[in-house]
Design a protein around this ligand. Structure first.
Ligand SMILES: *[C@@H]1O[C@H](CO)[C@@H](O)[C@H](O)[C@H]1NC(C)=O
Ligand SMILES: *[C@@H]1O[C@H](CO)[C@@H](O)[C@H](O)[C@H]1NC(C)=O
Length: 131
C-alpha cells in the first residue's frame, strides 16, 4: 500500500512538474517596416507596409559578402543587418551581423544581447571568446 501511495505521489509530482514558458508569437507572418506611415496599414513597433505591396527586395540584404574595413582602433568591423537595414526582419525577432577582424588580431568590445540567443560561425581563422 505504501508503494502505491508513493507511485500516486510520484505520478502527480511528474504531471505537475512541467513548466511552460515562451515569448508571444508574432502577430502576423511578416510586417515589412517602412519609415513613413503614409501607406501603412498596421502598427506593431514600426509602421508596416501594406502586405499587398511587399516585394522580394524587402527580404534581401546585399553586401554581407563584402569584408568590412578593419583598419580602426579595435581592428574589427561589424556589419549589422537589423530591421533598419532589412525591413522584412520587422517583428521576426532576428537580426544578423558579419564581423571582420584584422588579420593580426582584432577585438569586438564587450557587449551583451539581452534576451537573445547568439550563433557564431567562424568562416576563417580562430576566434577567442570570453563568456
Ligand atoms: C490586399 O489585397 C486583397 C485582395 O485584393 C484585398 O482584399 C485586401 O483588402 C488588400 N489588403 C490591403 C491591406 O490593402
Ligand atoms: C566598417 O567597414 C565599412 C566598409 O568598409 C566602413 O564603411 C566603415 O567605416 C567601417 N567601420 C568602422 C568602425 O571601421
Amino acid at each position: 500500500m505504501k508503494s502505491f501511495h508513493f507511485l500516486v505521489l510520484l505520478s502527480l509530482a511528474l504531471a505537475f512538474s512541467f513548466a511552460s514558458a515562451f515569448d508571444p508569437s508574432p502577430l502576423q507572418d511578416f510586417c515589412v517596416a517602412i519609415p513613413e506611415p503614409k501607406n501603412a496599414v498596421f502598427v506593431n513597433g514600426k509602421f508596416c507596409k501594406n502586405p499587398n505591396l511587399t516585394v522580394a527586395e524587402d527580404f534581401f540584404f546585399p553586401g554581407l559578402n563584402v569584408p568590412g574595413n578593419t583598419g580602426n582602433r579595435v581592428g574589427s568591423n561589424v556589419t549589422l543587418v537589423n530591421v533598419d537595414k532589412l525591413f522584412g526582419l520587422n517583428t521576426l525577432g532576428i537580426s544578423l551581423a558579419r564581423l571582420d577582424f584584422a588579420p593580426n588580431g582584432g577585438l569586438n568590445p564587450p557587449h551583451t544581447h539581452p534576451r537573445a540567443t547568439e550563433i557564431l560561425v567562424v568562416v576563417e581563422g580562430t576566434l577567442m571568446l570570453a563568456l
